[in-house]
Design a protein around this ligand. Sequence first.
Ligand code: SF4
Length: 323
Amino acid sequence: MSSPLLSLEDVSKHYPVAAGRGRRGTRGHVRAVDGVSLDILPSETFALVGESGSGKSTLGRAALRLIDVTSGAVRFDGRDVTGLRGAALRRVRPSMQAVFQDPLGSLNPRLTAGAIVAEPLAVLGGLRGSELDDRVDELFRSVGLDPSRRASRPRALSGGQRQRVSIARAIALRPRLVLADEAVSALDVSVQAQIVNLFADLRESMGLAYLFIGHGLPVVRHIAQRVGVMYLGRMVETGAVDEVFDDPRHPYTRALIAASPVPDPRVARERIVLGGEPPSPVHLPSGCRFRTRCPIARDVCAREAPPIVRLSPTRSVECHLAA
Ligand code: SF4
């Protein structure tokens, strides 16, 4: 097995919650991510799934050093990048890029699509003149855009075209890891498929690794090799996508899969309805965080935090009843 490209070791990100009007200090912390470890191999797509508020996006941002972690370590290509700042962090940035859900929000509306893609090449890559022009054309073609669209501004493009511009910009400096944070969630289903296939093609042609964050389990199953399931800041199950989706071991994973749309309506599926809303991330339940919604919770689940049970070298589940 090759060495990991990205390693997160016991990473936590906690946000203080202000005490309230007229009071000083804090009344607790939101444990957005709480002691998560994972490795992503070169050219691998690792997906994170879970409900809104599970900590997926926070973990993605921490992995790319877009936010500081509260504790734990982030290693990229064998180097500890957890504490990098300023110029040292800027030197690592080209290797770790991101594509977000809303390209309109992340693309400068005053720039043309061509200028948006050219910017990192000129500023960080030092390209000028015809060399810059040729590279922008090449990038447009590699994401399935006709270079004639270079003169268009983001608002004049369709949602799918805008996302292709975002991807062209993200891959301009030949990164090794791309965070795709809900990057297809806002697109029509047919366009989603095109962009997912584009991600897969770029993985093949450029050897890219992805941290892919999404709600849609069919999309995750299509694009990822491994998946991590997050619940209230914890990674409750990880494994190869087929293992996890065909034989989920954590009650939360089972519920997520049961709640996911079935592509073939003739296929019957047991419906597991999750009881209630997730608890407050400031006042977490004792023991297992999932116990207030878990259909098979036992007394021990309230008393003790569940262990991480390793079912195989690539498979782990955080549950008292997983062994
Ligand atoms: Fe359910 Fe207990 Fe497992 Fe938590 S540890 S998921 S409450 S069975």
